[in-house]
Ligand binder design. Structure first.
Ligand code: ZN
Length: 406
């Protein structure tokens, strides 16, 4: 499948690889970049790593879908950071013009605004809802490669390494029956500590100048793109729950511990100027805007946030005001950010970031393993970490959706 690669793909891969490393790796735990100020469209198609040119005709489905007021509100309050869209969108009274790219063969789509407001459709009741659970990262033998393996005591053979991909998978296996119990249909995006993509680092080595770059293209970009294809083409859920565990910097061997054990939720939005300037990201941003995916996910995200902060010892996490994130709820730690996963999944997507893996509480609770009921932890009865995560989500769903009348 990957043996004969046309030259233009090789050149594109190298170019986007350089962009990928220099400009923006897609993940939560990266350093937050200062907002960029250059939003000029490139000449000709310009795409993210491994992206295809968008099929712009798909925007035609959104003719007369949102009013001008709704469009401008969502663009400024959710999706676009300042100075991000001015060179690629032209908003008129009755329509928005969307540039496909800049240059002599540039096309444009004109999407007419609706004349009367339609509130975003709420998520369906649980008895009619198909939920895809995406256990973040890969774990297992891949945990070192994806830099999601925390072992602060190298001399302690008995310690359980903290592997985000294993923790999210264990949580997902516990959460699936809990949501099914409430009436939902539930699919796991992966059910093994294995990649979803069939590609590996070796497939990208010929196209990237350095091994680290090829590795990241495998475990992050190709992997999330493979998951998105599974979610969008096969599963077609009503909602995606991306399960993650968070981490603060753990590079200092003398003091790898995080000060606060915090919690936040991410929904899609807050596109940087350099991201809106990429054809595929501009297209995905508009698809999310027109389908109101973030607005549709927000009420449930609010309930999940309230229940987590009530039922666990986690404290709210807040981004700095200069971060490329937009707070969507002034009272809760719910932010819009443009991540590869929450951009590519077309359904409303709630991306959870509870528990800081290198906080001492999280570390010590992972050492206790999974167990039923409660055990003493620093004088308090606590559930196992993964069960507390899964059961807290179940509790939020129970509170958010009225119980079926039967
Ligand atoms: Zn993660």
């Amino acid at each position: 499948m990957t043996k004969a690669v046309p030259l233009f793909i090789v050149i594109s891969l190298v170019a986007i690889g350089i962009w990928f490393f220099l400009v923006r790796p897609d993940d939560v735990e990266r350093t937050i970049a200062e907002p960029e100020t250059t939003a000029a469209l490139p000449l000709g198609p310009k795409l993210s790593s491994l992206a295809s040119t968008p099929n712009w005709s798909k925007l035609e489905a959104f003719q007369n879908h949102v009013t001008r007021e709704e469009f401008e509100h969502d663009l400024t309050e959710i999706f676009g950071l300042p100075q991000s869209w001015e060179n690629s969108l032209a908003i008129e009274n009755d329509a928005v013009w969307v540039k496909h790219h800049q240059g002599p063969d540039s096309g444009e789509s004109k999407i007419a605004f609706a004349t009367s407001e339609l509130t975003p459709t709420p998520l369906p009741p649980l008895s009619e809802m198909h939920i895809a659970i995406d256990p973040g990262h890969i774990g297992g033998d891949f945990a070192h490669l994806e830099q999601r393996n925390f072992q602060p005591f190298p001399d302690d053979d008995g310690q359980v390494p903290i592997r985000e991909g294993d923790l999210t998978l264990a949580t997902a296996h516990l959460l699936k029956p809990l949501l099914e119990e409430l009436g939902a249909q539930v699919s796991l995006v992966r059910d093994q500590p294995e990649p979803v993509t069939t590609q590996r680092t070796a497939d990208f080595l010929p196209h990237f100048p350095d091994r680290l770059m090829a590795e990241k293209i495998f475990y992050r970009t190709a992997e999330i793109r493979a998951r998105a294809e599974l979610v969008n083409q096969q599963l077609q859920p009503d909602l995606v729950l991306c399960l993650h565990y968070n981490a603060d910097a753990w590079n200092d061997p003398a003091d790898p511990w995080a000060a606060r054990n915090h919690f936040h939720i991410l929904l899609n939005g807050a596109y940087l100027p350099g991201e809106v300037a990429l054809d595929d990201q501009r297209f995905e941003m508009l698809r999310h805007l027109f389908t109101r995916s973030t607005s549709r996910a927000l009420p449930l995200a609010q309930t999940i946030s309230d229940v987590f902060l009530r039922e666990t010892n986690l404290v709210p996490y807040h981004y700095s005001p200069t971060a490329s994130a937009t707070q969507l709820d002034s009272a809760r730690p719910i932010y819009a950010r443009n991540l590869l996963a929450n951009r590519l999944y077309q359904a409303p997507t709630i991306y959870l970031e509870p528990y800081v893996m290198n906080h001492r509480d999280t570390y010590d609770r992972v050492q206790m393993g999974d167990y039923e009921g409660v055990r003493d932890f620093r004088g308090q009865p606590v559930r196992s970490l993964v069960r507390e995560y899964a059961e807290t989500i179940q509790q939020a769903f129970r509170e958010h959706f009225p119980s079926p009348t039967s």
